[in-house]
Design a protein around this ligand. Structure first.
Ligand code: HEM
Length: 251
């Protein structure tokens, strides 16, 4: 494999690593999460640009004769593109950068997480479909990093494929395991009783312990995740009403 292919491999590896890192909000904190997510968006755009000739060629052939394989790849790539657009857009909407006063914060957050999870599943499938190229182009960078790459024989290629898919699937399952509980929380928060919501919408939340202040919503975000009702290190519930004190409406 030539240098261009190796550079593409390194770019894709960085993109996948950054994408996975976004699922570990407890470790990165919100600020890093936002920057890593944006960087992921930039790397995804570069990835698309480097394959633009292929995209153009298949788009032109879509109505005519092109292989089922190319159509499948195209459909998966298109869905991943839609997933990235959703993730980045909803991420910005709920971000501490814009700090918008959102009545439906939990719903926006749920869409953000659901699009991330769906895209992760599609990316895992895409890696499986491109495993042959990934293993061939990755030999040199992996060997340079001192990792064992073995001999290029049919038997070892099968083993390498299974190893690659094992590592990628395990990482994806680990990432899902880290984010799904918080998705459950967002959906629960979305089902706040109408009377509660009225109280929520007519008030202002302000807490010296939280890093952001939000109006018309009881969502409070601290340095590490603390969305309503929250389960970050700052979660307290002194009046036993099942809500984080940081997210209580005042006034
Ligand atoms: C590769 C792109 C991204 C992926 C895969 C991703 C994934 C996720 C996931 C899985 C969560 C829930 C994590 C958890 O609670 O354990 C989350 C939350 C969040 N994301 Fe992203 N995200 C991405 C990009 C972004 C961007 C670009 C922004 C903003 C600029 C952003 C802002 C947020 C915010 C504010 C939260 C909620 C934090 C909280 O609960 O307080 N994300 N994201």
């Amino acid at each position: 494999m030539n240098r261009t292919q190796q550079n593409r491999w390194l770019l894709d590896a960085a993109l996948f690593a950054g994408f996975l890192a976004c699922f570990f909000l407890d470790w990165t904190g919100v600020a890093w999460h936002q920057w890593i997510g944006m960087l992921g968006g930039v790397l995804a755009a570069v990835h698309l640009a480097t394959h633009w000739q292929w995209v153009k060629a298949v788009t032109e052939r879509l109505r005519g004769s092109t292989s089922t394989r190319a159509r499948l790849y195209y459909a998966i790539d298109a869905l991943i593109l839609v997933g990235f657009v959703f993730m980045l857009f909803t991420g910005l909407v709920i971000s501490t950068w814009l700090n918008l006063s959102l009545v439906g914060y939990p719903a926006w957050r749920s869409v953000h997480v659901i699009s991330s999870v769906a895209t992760l599943l599609l990316v895992t499938i895409k890696i499986g479909l491109h495993a042959r190229w990934i293993l061939a182009a990755g030999r040199k960078p992996l060997a340079n990093a001192g990792l064992p790459v073995g001999q290029a024989s049919p038997a070892s290629e099968r083993r390498a494929f299974l190893r690659l898919m094992g590592v990628v699937s395990a990482a994806s399952i680990f990432a899902l395991g880290s984010s799904l509980p918080s998705l459950w929380e967002s959906t629960q928060a979305d089902q706040v009783q109408p009377s509660d919501r009225e109280a929520v919408n007519s008030s202002t939340v302000s807490s010296s312990a939280s890093s952001t202040t939000s109006t018309t919503s009881c969502s409070v975000r601290c340095g590490k995740r603390c969305a309503y009702p929250g389960h970050c290190g700052r979660y307290t519930d002194h009046n036993d009403n099942g809500r984080c004190d940081l997210g209580e409406c005042q006034g």
